[in-house]
Ligand binder design. Structure first.
Ligand SMILES: Nc1ncnc2c1ncn2[C@@H]1O[C@H](COP(=O)(O)OP(=O)(O)O)[C@@H](O)[C@H]1O
Ligand SMILES: [Mg+2]
Length: 233
């Protein structure tokens, strides 16, 4: 589904990502872990073509996308939910959802897909509400729903639990579990919340200063020595 090989990249005058290679199989959930500032967000930005510079290869469904502009990467089948959610607070919930069609190059007036409304049943009752009036957890779910309206085979989630209360995190866990369970979307899940990530993912990668230092099954990544060395805050 996603195959990244030898990906380096960064900002003007700095290298942040160092020779990253990783793979996500169709329908799989794969975690990217690591402390703050280790390059997790930069990695997702590089996949989306949003880093100032990058080199290496990025294949989605067998197509090389690393020379494409961001909107064509979206159209190649990637749903991107950035850190901080990036919803439009003054637009309604429905307008935010429809924006998901726009970035994917689909007609804005397309019918909202039932499968997305079924994943997040509460959304139906809130379609006309300004998105900024939703709770933090609802805004996160809206951001994910927006990425799903175009039915992308690959979903990139950047720290979806950030800033959410534990009860809301449980709710979000169930929602991401349902998305994964549908088998229709592979998920690359960036998280600092280890239990959230490793109970959803089958395996994962640990980033340290822009390089992958460990990869393994979710079970292996919970080993005491790995957690204390690379992940504990
Ligand atoms: N816009 C930027 N310009 C320059 N450096 C940046 C920028 N954004 C992030 N960085 C640097 O890149 C490194 C990785 O950041 P980031 O990818 O945001 O890490 P993470 O998501 O793991 O917290 C950090 O050292 C950070 O300071
Ligand atoms: Mg980040």
């Amino acid at each position: 589904m996603l195959r990244v090989t030898g990906l380096s990249g960064g900002y003007h005058g700095s290298a942040v990502l160092r020779e990253i290679s990783l793979e996500v199989e169709p329908g799989a959930v794969v975690a990217v872990l690591g402390r703050n500032g280790m390059g997790k967000t930069s990695l997702l930005k590089a996949v989306m073509g949003l880093l100032p510079w990058a080199r290496g290869t990025i294949q989605v469904s067998g197509h090389e996308i690393s020379s494409l502009p961001t909107h064509q990467r979206v159209r190649s089948g990637i749903g991107y939910v950035p850190q901080g959610r990036g919803i439009f607070p003054r637009a309604t919930v429905e307008q935010n959802l429809r924006y998901g069609f726009v970035v994917a190059g689909r007609p804005m007036r397309s019918a909202l897909p039932e499968r997305v409304l079924e994943l997040f049943p509460w959304i139906r009752e809130h379609l006309r509400q300004p998105a900024g009036t939703l709770s933090g957890g609802e805004q996160q779910m809206l951001a994910i729903a927006r990425a799903l309206v175009a039915d992308p085979p690959l979903l990139l989630l950047d720290e979806p639990t950030e800033g959410l209360a534990p009860a809301v995190v449980e709710h979000l866990h169930a929602a991401v579990g349902r998305i994964a369970g549908s088998g229709a979307h592979a998920i690359l899940l960036v998280e600092q919340h280890l239990r959230f990530a490793l109970t959803l993912a089958t395996h994962g990668y640990v980033l340290e200063r822009g390089a992958i230092v460990v990869s393994g099954s979710s079970e292996e990544l919970q080993r005491e020595d790995i957690v204390s060395r690379y992940l504990a805050v």
